[in-house]
Design a protein around this ligand. Structure first.
Ligand code: HEM
Length: 133
């Protein structure tokens, strides 16, 4: 139906927009963390990622529902979800739990590789990286 495909396009656009914001925000927060910028403690910087990531997740689940795909039948979607959990955990290490700067930076870099893997998996719908993004 035309309505369905328009809705899928809309939700996919929201998903991709929140993905871009999440990736850019994560990168910039890492730079602020490394040069100890006061901006990293701004209330907006603490709240905005949560709002955006909630939208990212809601759009992702809605998209999977509308396209009738599930992590049980589509391995690439399962891989994406596992990698998303890893990305969240690495982000928590980088920005919250790690005390040593070297550990923070390593977690931040590992999280960005994980993010790139998720994007690659989303585009090629394959678990293994067979193409560059
Ligand atoms: C940081 C996390 C995520 C990133 C970076 C990401 C990235 C992307 C990108 C770039 C696309 C567009 C692919 C294309 O059509 O060219 C996409 C589509 C999609 N994503 Fe995500 N995504 C993330 C999380 C999730 C999660 C958690 C789910 C599932 C619950 C999900 C489900 C989907 C679905 C169903 C599509 C549409 C695939 C299709 O067109 O057949 N995404 N994602």
């Amino acid at each position: 139906m035309i309505f369905d495909s328009t809705l899928i396009h809309l939700i996919k656009s929201i998903h991709i927009a929140t993905v871009v914001l999440s990736g850019m925000g994560f990168f910039v927060r890492g730079l602020w963390m490394m040069n100890q910028s006061a901006l990293r403690n701004h209330p907006l910087v603490k709240i905005a990622p949560h709002v955006n990531d909630t939208l990212l997740l809601v759009s992702a689940i809605t998209l999977a529902y509308l396209l009738k795909i599930s992590p049980i039948t589509h391995a690439w979607l399962a891989a994406k979800i596992i990698a998303l959990i890893l990305y969240i955990l690495l982000g928590m290490v980088a920005f919250r739990f790690a005390r040593k700067q070297s550990v923070r930076v390593m977690a931040w870099i590992a999280a960005m590789f994980t993010f790139a893997y998720i994007v690659n998996t989303a585009i090629h719908k394959q678990i293994w990286i067979s193409h560059l993004v």
